[in-house]
Ligand binder design. Structure first.
Ligand code: HEC
Length: 191
């Protein structure tokens, strides 16, 4: 009797909790993830660039502070997914990585250190939910706010940043470094 219920339980677990994705599903999530991260990135960096031009770094910082998370949330709602930007060294502690994200961030870093090319990936989590992860690489234009203090990052910019984010860890980067990842969690389909 016990054996039977154990078998029943196992079969329920296996049918309800998918353990791998087909090639077709992986490709679909890669494409969706890429398109969602691109459009969210465009929303963020488009306004950031225009604020930098019109009001300089101070206005751009105020924009990031006020709008980065609400804008990401808006895009999450629109696409019915959970979009996040995270890092091993976060600026906003609300962006702190989960354990799964830490593993991905570390794996990308190891790969980059070896001179590898970082490719987006789709991974099923413990609940059978597909997750898309893609590297975010530091560019020249990021250094005013994420570069090295007293080099690209001025003392005054740094103190404004620290006034918004007391726990800021996101400085000291160079061009080509891994700044963080896009992490997009696809809710399980309701079939
Ligand atoms: C005007 C200053 C500024 C510039 C330029 C800038 N950032 Fe940021 N960045 C911020 C602020 C402020 C936050 C915190 C936003 C928030 O509240 O989520 C942030 C957060 C992030 C995060 C989210 C994770 C975390 O640390 O909280 C990533 C990833 C990131 N930036 C990458 C970049 C990249 C890549 C570039 C260049 C393409 C860039 N940033 C340019 C100010 C800037």
């Amino acid at each position: 009797m016990h054996k039977l219920s154990a078998i029943l339980l196992l079969s329920v677990l296996f049918t309800s909790c998918q353990t791998s994705l087909s090639e077709k599903e992986t490709k679909m999530y890669l494409e969706k993830g890429l398109s969602i991260s691109k459009s969210t990135g465009k929303e963020l960096s488009g306004t950031l660039t225009s604020k930098m031009k019109s009001g300089g770094v101070i206005e751009a910082l105020a924009f990031c502070n006020a709008a980065a998370l609400p804008l990401t949330q808006q895009m999450s709602d629109k696409h019915e997914v959970l979009i996040k930007r995270t890092s091993l060294k976060t600026r906003n502690s609300l962006n702190k990585p989960t354990e799964n994200e830490i593993l991905i961030l570390k794996a990308f870093q190891v790969n980059l250190d070896k001179g590898g090319v970082l490719e987006p990936k789709v991974v099923l989590d413990q609940n059978g939910t597909p997750n898309y992860y893609a590297p975010i690489i530091v560019e020249q234009k990021c250094l005013k706010c994420h570069g090295t203090l007293n080099k690209e990052l001025s003392k005054s910019t740094d103190s404004i940043i620290k006034s918004y984010y007391q726990d800021d860890l996101a400085t000291g980067y160079s061009e080509g470094d891994l700044r963080g990842i896009w992490s997009i969690s696809f809710k399980k389909s309701k079939s």
